[in-house]
Design a protein around this ligand. Structure first.
Ligand SMILES: [Fe+2]
Length: 203
């Protein structure tokens, strides 16, 4: 109930134009309490799979987490109501899946790339740590936008399907300066959705 109250009051609509123009935005989103509760879940997952944690991991959680599931449901409902219904940003409803991501200190990050398997919208909730997140807006080739990745913020990035446009946003992640945990909510394309469920990705 508390979670609902906290998230439903957030207005994503104001960010839509900037998401469209730049490709992604960073929004102050999580209360400290919610951030720490989500961080606990991701760290708990890491402890249960110690082999994954040497360099870091990215995974769809094969262990069900009631709190993460509740969080996902409220965020998804809010996005669907605000951006789907009122603004008609998505042709069909969002169908997000949670991915846990952990990077150890010194991880070199990710060179500029596009997330080809994702649809509509990617929401990366920064739970702890820091690494620069950069976006390379199309048509603004010399302009690299670095987003605020302070823990508690969410990076909302558009991807294929956003406003009916079949385009992915070029982005990169810099070197991990302090142990970094992210909860990523995203919608894999239909063809890869099954493969993603329960799969572990070693970095
Ligand atoms: Fe990416």
């Amino acid at each position: 109930m508390k979670l609902k109250h906290e998230i439903e009051g957030f207005n994503f609509g104001d960010a839509v134009d900037e998401i469209e123009k730049i490709g992604a935005v960073s929004l102050g989103f999580l209360s400290n309490e919610t951030r720490l509760a989500l961080l606990d879940e991701v760290k708990g997952f890491a402890q249960r799979f110690p082999g994954l944690t040497k360099k870091g991991f990215e995974t769809a959680p094969i262990l069900q987490s009631p709190f993460v599931n509740e969080f996902l449901a409220v965020v998804q409902d809010t996005l669907n109501r605000q951006l789907g219904g009122e603004l008609n940003v998505f042709p069909s409803k969002l169908d997000l899946m949670p991915f846990f991501i952990a990077y150890r200190v010194g991880h070199s990050g990710l060179t500029p790339h596009v997330d080809v398997h994702d649809r509509n919208l990617v929401c990366n909730f920064i739970l702890a740590g820091n690494a620069p997140f950069r976006v390379y807006p199309k048509g603004l080739e010399n302009e690299i936008v670095e987003l605020d990745t302070t823990p508690g913020r969410v990076i909302v990035m558009r991807t294929a399907g956003f406003r009916g446009v079949n385009e992915h946003v070029l982005h990169s992640v810099g070197r991990t300066e302090s142990e970094r945990y992210v909860l990523s909510l995203r919608q894999p394309e239909e063809a890869t959705k099954k493969a993603f469920r329960g799969m572990l990705f070693l970095q």
